[in-house]
Design a protein around this ligand. Structure first.
Ligand code: AMP
Length: 285
């Protein structure tokens, strides 16, 4: 199997992309924090569908972790990641060091994300989306691809990035890829590795609650409060150990709604054991 070219330095990454584009090739970029699973690989598949060349970035970005979060113990599985990316025929892996990305350390320039970052994740992880927007803008500058691919698993993140691209006039196309789930319904996540069997069983209540919510809307339910209470009951019955939020909100603004109009989302964040899980579904009709 041909190994992807591994690049650690900024200038080399940028030059590789420029050379490919000069040769008339369309380049896609898939930003990740490694610990790759089939969810990440479905982004690579989407990128390969529309791009001649695919760059995957692997960087565990410290600025998007809060002070008491799991930065230190975040899974790092470099050898296996490289095997996955070889099998997926990725062309380049850009894997910079922390000092390469943040030579100035604290006090460096950063991005203030749009209003869409304020609620939900933003309330529980106040620095998170600023860190995400900043690293994504940096990666777009270093890997100036034609298109970038993100997962709807992190739905609010997709909205933050799409506002940033529009507001800052960034010359890149975005594609958002549906959530990839295990057979039992659990949304794939690098953090699922933290779950014991017993916790994983309780974690299934997130996807179960979302399926029930979508089914109730298909059956005619239009009241956001009713849907939210029913999701809460399912999570509490599992039980999960703590619910951060259950949002029934507009898919574009992420503002909460009272009545559904056909383009809403349910967003969930909940803790099972020491693991924080997020999941979401569309409520379309
Ligand atoms: P992460 O490594 O967790 O930062 O994720 C990198 C990218 O993969 C993000 O755009 C995520 O939204 C996406 N991703 C993570 N899990 C999934 C999943 N289960 N299905 C689809 N995309 C995912």
């Amino acid at each position: 199997m041909v190994q992807p070219l591994v690049i650690h330095e900024v200038a080399e990454a940028r030059q590789w992309v420029r050379d490919a584009q000069s040769a008339g090739e369309r380049v896609g970029v898939v930003p990740t924090m490694g610990a790759l699973h089939a969810g990440h690989l479905s982004l690579v598949t989407a990128a390969k569908r529309t791009c001649d060349r695919v760059v995957t970035t692997i960087f565990v970005n410290p600025t998007q972790f809060g002070p008491h979060e799991d930065l230190e113990k975040y899974p790092r599985t470099w050898d296996r990641d490289l095997e996955h990316l070889s099998a997926a025929k990725v062309d380049v892996v850009f894997a910079p060091s922390t000092t390469t990305m943040y030579p100035r350390g604290d006090g460096a320039t950063s991005v203030l994300p749009s209003r869409v970052a304020k609620r939900w994740e933003g309330e529980f992880r106040p620095e998170h989306f600023g860190g995400v927007a900043t690293i994504v803008l940096k990666l777009f500058q270093i890997v100036p691809a034609n298109a970038a691919f993100f997962g709807e698993k992190d739905f609010q993140q997709c909205r933050v990035i799409s506002d940033m691209v529009e507001d800052l006039n960034l010359p890149i196309e975005l594609e958002f890829v549906p959530i990839r789930r295990d057979d039992d319904g659990l949304a794939l996540s690098s953090r699922n590795a933290y779950l014991s069997d017993e916790e994983r069983h309780r974690a299934l209540s997130l996807s179960q609650a979302l399926r029930d919510a979508a089914a109730s809307v298909a059956a005619g339910e239009r009241d956001a409060g009713t849907i939210q209470r029913s999701v809460r009951r399912t999570l509490e019955n599992a039980p999960v150990d703590r619910i951060d939020y259950i949002a029934v909100c507009a898919a574009d603004t992420l503002e909460p709604v009272d009545k559904l109009t056909g383009n809403e989302m349910v967003l969930i964040a909940a803790h099972v054991g020491k693991t924080r899980l997020i999941d979401n579904t569309q409520l379309r009709f």
